[in-house]
Design a protein. Structure first.
Length: 462
């Protein structure tokens, strides 16, 4: 039997001019893919750093940064090697991080650190109660080169290194599913910079830009089956393949004073205002995902594709999308086309997107995906059934329905969810938005929904 091959680079990697933090699956299916496909890819190599665990960095480093992207259509796979990652580093390689951020060659930093990684507090600024963050602040005050762990502190450490080298303008591009992720990042970063070193924000002004962006490509966590599929298709034993869907979108707004790859040559769209795209994506796609993540497991579904094959789940989606549509500033035919395409994307039988993965960190996701539409509806005195279903299902989830709770605030949320449902509902809604418990009609409806789910009344209809 022929031995499996390994991925190796033939020529030199592109020079590092981009840095990425959060070397996970989505970055490899999206930002790295756009950079690989850009017309000037030869001039824009990426140094990518893991957020926490070193595994992917080690696997990629052993393959010279190369990996296979499997683009999984409803019928067939397209398999291609992505070459834009020039260096893959574990998060612990702090000297490499400071070296790249301090380099005048580096002009852009992209981020996928999850919604929780921004360490926002209730008011939108930094979560000053986060022990990781307070430890990082103390470390940076003592030594700007001290190894720090949280994403905002790593960025501030990198900016201190950049200032010491007078390395020129830099644009940060946060690619997480957050409304106005650029503003969110700027708020926490400038606040943290001021806390660590009072002179730093002045230096950052005018030198550090933060772009706004909308990213879209459904990319489930890779599995051993993906690795076997790549081996069967190519004869290569890729230790870090990623499988994704054919659809992809990247909308950006930013000046990029230090330059950037010609991402538009790979299909990215540059605009002045991402808001209409952002609302369409976060509400219609991510909102629907979160609705299904909590409401579909009690009907014994484990993936998005299974859920959308169920007429009851599709009816929830239809209700949710009708509700969102009232508040989208896009022409009706465009929204209709997006909805139709979304149903096909969700139904893709060859993308195994686990509802349990999407259910992670609901405390961070629901405020971005469900609450903006809910608030707009309440302003018109309407009680949107699909939003109530999502919130009731989340509450039921925190009381044991569906997959185990995985959330940065899991311990607190599970404790708040215990006891009488009547007390638990306002307590939990307050964690999403302190104003919600005052809406007695909403509280009553969410309570009834959670009760009905916990009583099993939403278990399989047939
Ligand atoms: N997977 C998708 O379909 C998709 C699509 C659009 C946007 N996104 C965004 O990308 C993010 C990552 O998704 P993924 O599929 O790559 O996940 P992943 O688990 O494959 O990778 C996540 C990366 O983020 C790092 N990370 C996690 N928590 C962190 C923290 N608190 N601070 C710093 N780094 C942290 C991890 O170490 C890892 O490198 C999502 O949370 C989402 O905001 C994902
Ligand atoms: O990646 P998360 O954890 O923020 O959310 C899970 C999914 O809703 C999300 O990844 C979507 O698949 C993605 O946003 C599609 O572009």
């Amino acid at each position: 039997m022929k031995a499996a091959g390994r991925l190796r680079r033939q020529g030199p990697a592109a020079p590092v001019r981009l840095v990425h933090l959060g070397l996970g699956s989505f970055f490899r299916a999206h930002q790295a893919w756009y950079t690989d496909r850009a017309s000037d890819t030869a001039g824009w190599g990426i140094a990518a750093f893991t957020g926490r665990r070193p595994g992917v960095a080690a696997a990629l480093a052993a393959q010279d940064g190369l990996y296979t992207l499997v683009t999984r259509g409803a019928d067939v796979d397209d398999v291609a090697v992505v070459r834009s990652v020039s260096r893959a580093h574990p998060s612990t390689d702090h000297d490499a991080w400071l070296g790249h951020l301090g380099s005048p060659d580096v002009r852009v930093v992209t981020l996928t650190i999850t919604e929780a990684g921004y360490l926002r507090g209730a008011g939108g600024g930094l979560d000053a109660t986060n022990p990781r963050l307070t430890a990082d602040i103390a470390a940076l005050r003592a030594d700007p080169r001290a190894p720090v762990v949280s994403a905002p502190a790593r960025l501030v450490a990198g900016l201190l290194a950049r200032r010491s080298q007078d390395a020129g303008p830099l644009t940060l591009v946060p690619c997480d599913n957050l409304p106005r992720a650029g503003s969110v990042l700027a708020a926490v970063l400038w606040e943290l910079a001021a806390t660590v070193n009072p002179d730093l924000p002045d230096w950052m002004d005018g030198r550090i830009d933060v772009a706004e962006t909308v990213v879209d490509r459904i990319t489930p966590r890779p599995t051993d089956a993906d690795r076997r599929a790549v081996l069967a298709a190519t004869g290569i034993d890729d230790h870090a393949p990623v499988a994704t869907e054919p659809f992809t979108e990247w909308v950006l707004a930013g000046d990029f004073p230090g330059g950037r790859p010609a991402w538009e040559s790979a299909g990215a769209v540059f605009t002045d205002d991402v808001t209409p795209f952002e609302n369409r994506k976060l509400w219609l796609l991510n909102g629907a995902h979160s609705l299904l993540a909590y409401a579909a497991p009690p009907r014994r579904h484990t993936t998005v594709a299974e859920a959308v094959a169920d007429p009851v789940c599709r009816e929830w989606l239809g209700e949710w999308w009708d509700t969102c549509e009232r508040h989208l500033a896009l022409p009706a035919p465009a929204v209709a086309a997006y909805r139709e395409a979304l149903l096909d994307r969700f139904a893709n039988p060859r993308i195994r997107h686990e509802l349990a993965q999407i259910a992670t960190d609901g405390s961070q996701k629901l405020p971005a995906r469900i609450l903006p539409v809910l608030r707009r509806e309440r302003e018109h005195a309407r009680l949107p059934a699909a939003a109530v279903t999502a919130l009731g299902a989340w509450l039921a989830h925190l009381r044991g329905s569906g997959p185990p709770v995985t959330d940065v605030r899991a311990a607190q949320l599970v404790a708040l969810a215990a006891g009488s449902l009547g007390d638990a509902v306002p307590r939990l809604l307050a964690t999403l938005d302190p104003a919600l418990p005052d809406d007695t009609e909403l509280v009553g409806a969410v309570r009834a929904q959670a009760r009905s789910m916990l009583a099993g009344r939403m278990s399989p209809a047939s």
